[in-house]
Write a protein that binds this ligand. Structure first.
Ligand code: 5GP
Ligand code: MG
Ligand code: MG
Length: 182
């Protein structure tokens, strides 16, 4: 598996330090509140798990699974709900936790949905941001790292459902994905 990686973009240690830093900021942000942390499956799982352990205030967790990518490296441009929240959103302070914002399509869909469901507030924390990929207006409130317009894998991010368990973020060798650049 590690042999498929051309280069490491962000190391395990850098990710761990960033989770701690973001967690401290989020602790301040949500003191005295009871936010609903919404993880976007499956990619956000490792990040959510690590960052939440640095938020030292009461919170509730729930998960959404939406898909806009069909296994490959390009967005299908379509967002569909694969798994909805179990929790009522009305009046809640939502913290959406994402692995990466590329086009922003997924998040703009989610933000519209949660506004429609009358959330009290909506904030977005994303581990990675690819500003060059953006085709919608969405902006994260907190970003771990900006990454170049390359298809990255690891720490939750997959290529054809593989590599989510890599502890770091890297770029695949072109021969692995046939040069189909994101
Ligand atoms: P967006 O809707 O912002 O274009 O993309 C959202 C989703 O596409 C992300 O949550 C992620 O699952 C997937 N995605 C976007 N860019 C990348 C990338 O570079 N690598 C991987 N593995 N997935 C990506
Ligand atoms: Mg995602
Ligand atoms: Mg994917």
């Amino acid at each position: 598996m590690h042999n498929d990686i051309e280069k490491t973009l962000i190391t395990e240690e850098e990710i761990a330090a960033k989770c701690e830093e973001l967690g401290q900021q989020l602790t301040k942000e949500y003191e005295e509140r009871f936010p609903l942390a919404v993880g976007v499956l499956k990619g956000a799982l490792p990040f959510m798990s690590d960052v939440l352990r640095h938020i030292h205030t009461y919170l509730e967790m729930d998960f959404m699974d939406v898909s806009s990518y069909d296994g490959g490296t390009r967005s299908s441009g379509e967002v569909k709900i694969v798994k909805d929240l179990d929790t009522k959103v009305e009046g809640r302070d939502l913290l959406i936790i994402e692995d990466i914002i590329d086009s922003g399509l997924t998040l703009s869909y989610l933000v519209d949905l949660f506004k429609y469901r009358k959330a009290n507030s909506i904030k977005i924390v994303t581990l990675l941001d690819k500003p060059l990929g953006r085709t919608s207006h969405i902006k994260a409130d907190m970003v771990g790292f900006e990454v170049p317009n390359e298809f990255v894998v690891g720490y939750g991010l997959d290529y054809q459902e593989r590599y989510r368990n890599l502890p770091y973020i890297g770029v695949l060798k072109p021969e692995i994905y046939g040069g189909d650049e994101a």
